[in-house]
Design a protein around this ligand. Structure first.
Ligand code: IMP
Length: 207
């Protein structure tokens, strides 16, 4: 077995510490080949902690710790968002809040387009960030951050995926994330990047 210096995951079950169905679906798809039973925080009726951190990793860690403590099971959380260069990397950790109390992403995407128009710049570069944290009930935690770079499209394109997917196109691709088949997005996304790091560190293949 390769020694990665990280704690190896050896349980059969984990909690996906998210109430966002889009994220839960993507994480469960990524976990499926590992043969791990994943239960969402919503299914267990766990409360959603307030995201008071000042970085993606801080928010991911507080969500994973809260779910691991409440469920007494290992918990995997995801804190992610869209960073637009011309907007000083906003909405960033406030990506969900830009959608308002009803989590209306048509509004959030319009806010990005309006802010870009107001900025007066032609720079449309952006990236998605995903921080994944795996916390154990004894307090141990492992965290990883993944990114995918691309640009903002307007108007939105496609109705697949979730959140800001219809306005994001990854570098070197013709389709927006909203137009891509889930497996094609999974192959290149910020979440897949963070997940690959998590697998190397905590789920190494026995040699
Ligand atoms: P939070 O991590 O719960 O704070 O929410 C982050 C927000 O970022 C989500 O509600 C989505 O709107 C957005 N987001 C994160 N990952 C993705 C993605 O893969 N596609 C589209 N939007 C995303």
């Amino acid at each position: 077995m390769t020694d990665t210096g990280s704690r190896i995951f050896s349980d059969a079950k984990l909690v996906v510490a998210s109430h966002n169905q889009g994220k839960v679906t993507e994480i469960c798809d990524l976990l499926e080949p590992l043969g791990i039973t994943a239960i969402s925080a919503a299914e267990l009726g766990l409360p959603e902690p307030e995201e008071t951190g000042s970085s993606f990793i801080e928010n991911a860690e507080l969500k994973a710790r809260a779910a691991a403590t409440a469920s007494n099971l290992p918990a995997l959380s995801d804190d992610s968002g869209l960073c637009v260069a011309a907007l000083g990397n906003a909405p960033g950790i406030y990506s969900a809040r830009w959608a308002g109390p009803d989590r209306d992403f048509a509004i959030a995407m319009q806010r990005v387009a309006d802010a870009l128009l107001l900025s007066g710049t032609k720079d449309r570069s952006a990236f998605f960030v995903c921080a994944l944290s795996l916390a154990w009930p004894d307090g141990h935690i492992e965290s990883f951050e993944g990114r995918v770079h691309g640009d903002i499209l307007w108007p939105p394109r496609g109705d697949k995926g979730f959140g800001y997917d219809p306005i994001f196109r990854a570098q070197g691709h013709a389709l927006s994330f909203g137009e891509m088949e889930p497996q094609d997005k999974h192959a290149i996304s910020h979440r897949a990047d963070a997940f690959a790091q998590l697998l190397t560190a905590c789920f190494p293949v026995p040699s």
